[in-house]
Design a protein around this ligand. Structure first.
Ligand code: ZN
Length: 105
């Protein structure tokens, strides 16, 4: 029995030494291919990350002008002061007049 086992092991060893080559080559080839793909993907990821960073930086640098701020900055009071001059106050949001002139337009 022991002798049979030994023979089996020897046989298995000799088989293992003779046959693995095509499979081993194929596996190595697959690993190499995957490594190339992984490298390419890594490069693509870095590229996309850089693009995202650029977009985010451009967004951060853009002056923030909200619609509400725009109208407030533009809208000047349409009223006039006692001496007939144009009121220099900013109109209230949603109104053409400042707090002082909105009562008597
Ligand atoms: Zn006014």
């Amino acid at each position: 029995m022991m002798r049979f086992l030994c023979l089996l092991v020897v046989l298995a060893c000799s088989v293992a030494q003779e046959t693995p080559k095509p499979e081993k080559v194929a596996l190595r080839q697959e690993i190499a291919d995957l490594k190339v793909k992984a490298f390419e993907l890594q490069q693509k990821i870095e590229l996309l990350e850089n693009q995202l960073k650029d977009v985010e930086e451009a967004e951060a640098n853009r002056p923030v002008v909200s619609p509400a701020l725009k109208t407030v900055a533009k809208a000047r009071c349409a009223g006039h002061t006692k001496d007939g001059k144009r009121c220099t106050r900013n109109a209230e949001a949603g109104s053409r007049f400042c707090w002082q002139h909105k009562g008597h337009r």
